[in-house]
Design a protein around this ligand. Sequence first.
Ligand code: ZN
Length: 82
Amino acid sequence: MSRKYIDCREFPSATHCSVAISADSAEELLEVAVQHAVSIHKHTDSPELRSALQGLIHDGMPPETVVPPGAISGVPQGVRPH
Ligand SMILES: [Zn+2]
């Protein structure tokens, strides 16, 4: 079973929150992420917030650093296309 995570560093926020949350199921993860967004980021629990958070769910584990969108160019080191 693969882990799923939401990395708050990808979520635009004024506080530059660096929290990453991981869980085994998307439902579990979404629930904790909603609680985090509401209590820490003062969001309102709504279908819009939940769908926004759903779009941030990734498979695997949170990386040590987040690559800003658009910074990815070419093939990662050590990976060669066949
Ligand atoms: Zn956060």
